[in-house]
Design a protein around this ligand. Structure first.
Ligand code: HEM
Length: 195
């Protein structure tokens, strides 16, 4: 008998953020057939401006059990910086200052649900970037390739930790609220003209 039952909290997260997810995909607007290398670099710059302060905010709170999440390995800033370096981005880039509130570990999990979930779409996007711009993991597309063949394992492990931590409705609500707020801030940042 299969024990592979998707925890309810993950269904709730997916359903309650679907509208924000679709908006995020639209704001990224990366699956265009005629995407230029400059436009692609601009998207990476925007992503860097969001991930950089957010990952720093998470990493600075040593009292949170980040090692259970293997947070060091999940950081996307090294990948974004590698890609931006390869693609010759300017050294000074705008940084997002309107970040989601991360007051406790439940909120970190809600926020990371959004950041980790993006690696799923990344699998589609990396194929598109390879086809359209000829870039791979070493030549400017390491962020979207992220965990590569390990993506599914990394996602399932993260979901398991999140679902285990969501042991009460109060914690569940904190996670849901933080995921919602992370998507809202992400979309606001992407829709803001910072060029
Ligand atoms: C063109 C852009 C994008 C595409 C094509 C895309 C596509 C996808 C796909 C195919 C999945 C898997 C859905 C499933 O297994 O049912 C997914 C999941 C997800 N994506 Fe995206 N995505 C995009 C952008 C983003 C962005 C920018 C974010 C975050 C800022 C994001 C966050 C998520 C999350 C949180 C999930 C997990 C949903 C769940 O199963 O709970 N995606 N995406």
């Amino acid at each position: 008998m299969s024990t592979d039952v998707r925890p309810l909290i993950l269904d709730k997260l997916k359903q309650s953020t679907r509208i924000h997810h679709d908006r995020a995909s639209n704001s990224l607007d990366i699956l265009r057939v005629h995407l230029s290398i400059e436009e692609y670099r601009g998207i990476l710059q925007k992503l860097w401006g969001f991930y950089h302060p957010l990952e720093a905010l998470i990493a600075n709170r040593i009292e949170w059990p980040l090692s259970t999440l293997n947070f060091e390995h999940r950081k996307k800033i090294p990948l974004l910086e590698h890609d931006l370096h390869v693609l010759g981005a300017p050294s000074f880039l705008p940084i997002c200052t309107e970040l989601p509130e991360l007051a406790d570990f439940a909120q970190v999990l809600g926020c990371m649900y959004v950041l980790e979930g993006a690696t799923l779409g990344g699998q589609i996007i990396s194929r598109h970037i390879r086809k359209r711009l000829g870039l791979d993991q070493t030549t400017g597309c390491s962020y979207f390739c992220s965990y590569g063949a390990e993506t599914s394992n990394m996602w399932n492990t993260f979901c398991h930790i999140l679902a285990t931590y969501a042991s009460s409705s109060a914690i569940e609500n904190q996670i849901l609220q933080a995921a919602h707020s992370t998507f809202v801030k992400f979309n606001a940042w992407f829709e803001e003209d910072t060029a």
